[in-house]
Every structure is written in structure tokens, then in C-alpha cells.
Design a protein around this ligand. Structure first.
Ligand SMILES: Cc1ncc(COP(=O)(O)O)c(C=O)c1O
Length: 380
């Protein structure tokens, strides 16, 4: 009898299941409001589309170097000067197949199976699922509202021997952020204790009043993962980047060449133009800010008042313990009965997510207002 591998049996990515249920309901004629999808509702910026068209016309689109086009890597290095005042040697930048591709490279280059890697709960589900598939032990750091749902040094100290820590600021699903002091405390502790620090900075640029702090500002050897998917509005182009410390560069290069040969060539041409599109991209951030205001103002009126601060990204994490102890079926009923799609908490926090859910506010502002109206009637 043929057997499937044990390591391939990771938990499902629940939001993808919600997305297909919402699509099926929509296909059946229902008016569904999509507060489940964690992606911009806009296309890539105009100049990005133009760059892609030119590349299609003029280039044969072959493989590139495993690390990506030197010119794109230079442009990414310039971005670190512009946004954070940090000098990043170009040879440390690796263009990847989205940040999802960067996770595989990072985890494989930095950890062996059996190593222990800590991450915040609630947190992005793929960290846990990819680490598990690679035989790396996931150590949950249960976070609290008083710490903005971010890991703390105390939590790290209580976690036993660690090989790595993954942090995301702004976080998915809470949107909460680490300020300079909080970030420096975490990177400092990791440096002092020989623990690799991995910073997922994919939501940088989408923040509401607080500055996005890069882990590179306090630790030049932190592993940085970023992407063109969110702020740059390029999810389907599958392009991102990572910044690796010197001791892992060759390993990342060999892994990248073997796993992917090279990141998508058309997307590399396109992404280079994205850094000149801030005006257009800021208009998206202004819309997210308006959507956030609508939800933060109207959800409490619908009975949902226990909300994470949503400093950045496009998510609001809500505690729905008042209404349910089973957020998966609560979200299913919400979708079925009022056509509001949201993501249940167990995707992000297997232990405590049964009484939480995540709303995404990446969509249209009218949809946010309409969702709150429907929720108010439903939960009354
Ligand atoms: C925190 C976080 N990291 C990474 C990703 C994956 O993004 P990419 O499209 O770059 O693979 C997501 C997607 O939702 C995310 O929320």
C-alpha cells in the first residue's frame, strides 16, 4: 500500500476554505461582502503594468540569476535607504517567489529538523504549517492585548531553548505593531541568546499613524522577509524578497537555485517600477484608513467592541466570546445568513481562536459600512 508522508499532513489554510465557500455562495446569486480576503482589491500600479507590457514585447523572459536581477536588488537596497535610513549590501538581497518562497528558503537555510522556532499566537498560519512540514518544532508564544499581541522578552525567556523567532509587525491577523523600543528589545535578546531573528515585514507601508520599524535598524543580521503583495498591490505576481545575513547567503543561493531556479522574470521587470509608484499606492493606504475608521466606529454598535488596535495592515481581530465559543461555525453562519465573509480565529491561534475572528478591510469602503449594518441586524 502506498503511503502519504506524515510531514505533508499540515493543517489547512482555513481562509482559503472560506474563500471557496464565499465564491460558491456568490455564484449561486448571493450578494457576498468579502471581509475574508487578505489582499488588496486594486490592480498593480499603472507603471508596473506598463513595465510588464514592455517586457512582454521586448524580452524573451528566460531564467534569471537565482538571486534575481541585479538592478531590482539595487532598487530594493535603495528602498531601505529611503524608508529606514539603513544601508543594505546588495549581495544580501534575494528576490523570491513572494514572501511565501522566502519562508521556505529562510527556514531551510536557518534551521534543521528538530530545531525550535517561536512565533506569536495569534499569527499567520503558514509559518506554523511550513515549519511543521519541515519537521521544525513550533513554539507558541501566547500574546496578550496589553502587549499589542506581540511577543515579549518575558515570553521568549519562558519558552525554553530556542533556535529562532518569527515576528510580524504589522501583524496578521491583529494589525498590531512593534515600536522601535519593543523591536530593539526583541532583536537584542535574540542576539544575546544566539537565536535567529526573522522579521516578516510584508505589511510595511500600510500603517495608520505609527511608523513601520525594520528589524534591520536594530540588528543588521536579522533575516528580513518582504513582498510586493500588500503595499505594492501585486499579490498574483508572486514576487517578494528576503535579506539574509552573511553566514546564510551561499546556502540561500543554492536552495533558491534548486527549488525555484529563479523568481518569475516578468514580475521582476514589473516590480522594479513599483518603487516609483508611491503616489498611487498611498491612495490605497488612504482608502484602507477610511475603511478602518468605518469598522472601528461601527463594529462596536453591532456588539463587537473587543477589537485589536489595528495599527497597520488591513485587518481587525475581534473577540466574539460574547456570541460564540465556536468561531468556525459562527463565521459559516455569518456567511450563509447575511453574506458577510470573515476568517475564523483557529487559522491564526489553534488554542484560543475558537472565540475570535478576523475582518479584512482591504475592500471597498461601502462594503465595510454595509457589513456593519448587516452585522448589527444579525447580532441584535
Ligand atoms: C503575514 C504574512 N506574511 C506572508 C504572506 C504571504 O504573502 P506572499 O503573497 O508574499 O507570499 C501573507 C499573506 O497573506 C501574510 O499575511
Amino acid at each position: 500500500m502506498l503511503k502519504p508522508s506524515r510531514r505533508g499532513q499540515v493543517a489547512p489554510f482555513i481562509v482559503m476554505d472560506v474563500m471557496s465557500a464565499a465564491a460558491a455562495q456568490e455564484a449561486a446569486g448571493d450578494d457576498v461582502l468579502h471581509l475574508e480576503v487578505g489582499q488588496p482589491s486594486t490592480a498593480a500600479p499603472r507603471a508596473v503594468l506598463e513595465a510588464a507590457k514592455t517586457a512582454l514585447d521586448q524580452d524573451r523572459l528566460g531564467y534569471t540569476l537565482a538571486y534575481g536581477f541585479p538592478s531590482l536588488r539595487e532598487r530594493i537596497a535603495q528602498h531601505y535607504k529611503d524608508w529606514y535610513g539603513v544601508e543594505v549590501p546588495v549581495d544580501r538581497i534575494c528576490v523570491t517567489t513572494g514572501s511565501s518562497g522566502a519562508f521556505q528558503l529562510t527556514f531551510l537555510a536557518a534551521f534543521d529538523s528538530g530545531d525550535r522556532v517561536a512565533l506569536a499566537a495569534p499569527g499567520y498560519p503558514a509559518y506554523r504549517n511550513i515549519l511543521s512540514a519541515l519537521g521544525i518544532e513550533v513554539v507558541d508564544l501566547p500574546t496578550e492585548a496589553k502587549d499589542r499581541f506581540q511577543p515579549t522578552v518575558e515570553r521568549l525567556e519562558a519558552a525554553g531553548d530556542l533556535d529562532g523567532v518569527i515576528v510580524a509587525s504589522p501583524s496578521n491577523p491583529t494589525g498590531t505593531m512593534l515600536d522601535e523600543t519593543a523591536m530593539a528589545k526583541l532583536t537584542g535578546w535574540c542576539k544575546a541568546n544566539g537565536v535567529r531573528f526573522i522579521s516578516d515585514e510584508i505589511y510595511h507601508g500600510i500603517n495608520f499613524g505609527i511608523r513601520s520599524v525594520s528589524a534591520l535598524e536594530s540588528d543588521p543580521d536579522a533575516m528580513i522577509i518582504n513582498s510586493f503583495s500588500k503595499y505594492f498591490s501585486m499579490t498574483g505576481w508572486r514576487i517578494g524578497w528576503m535579506i539574509a545575513p552573511p553566514d546564510l547567503l551561499r546556502s540561500v543561493e543554492c536552495l533558491a537555485a534548486n527549488f525555484f531556479i529563479s523568481p518569475p522574470t516578468l514580475s521582476q521587470f514589473a516590480a522594479e517600477a513599483a518603487f516609483d509608484c508611491h503616489e498611487e499606492l498611498q491612495a490605497n493606504v488612504i482608502r484602507y484608513a477610511a475603511n478602518r475608521e468605518v469598522l472601528l466606529n461601527d463594529l462596536p454598535g453591532a456588539g463587537l467592541s473587543d477589537l485589536a488596535p489595528a495599527d497597520g495592515a488591513f485587518y481587525i481581530y475581534a473577540d466574539v466570546a460574547r456570541f460564540t465559543n465556536d468561531s468556525v461555525s459562527f463565521c459559516q453562519r455569518m456567511l450563509k445568513e447575511i453574506g458577510v465573509a470573515s476568517t475564523p480565529g483557529p487559522d491564526f491561534d489553534p488554542t484560543r481562536g475558537h472565540h475570535t475572528l478576523r475582518f479584512s478591510f482591504a475592500g471597498a469602503t461601502e462594503d465595510m459600512a454595509e457589513a456593519c449594518k448587516r452585522l448589527k441586524g444579525w447580532l441584535a
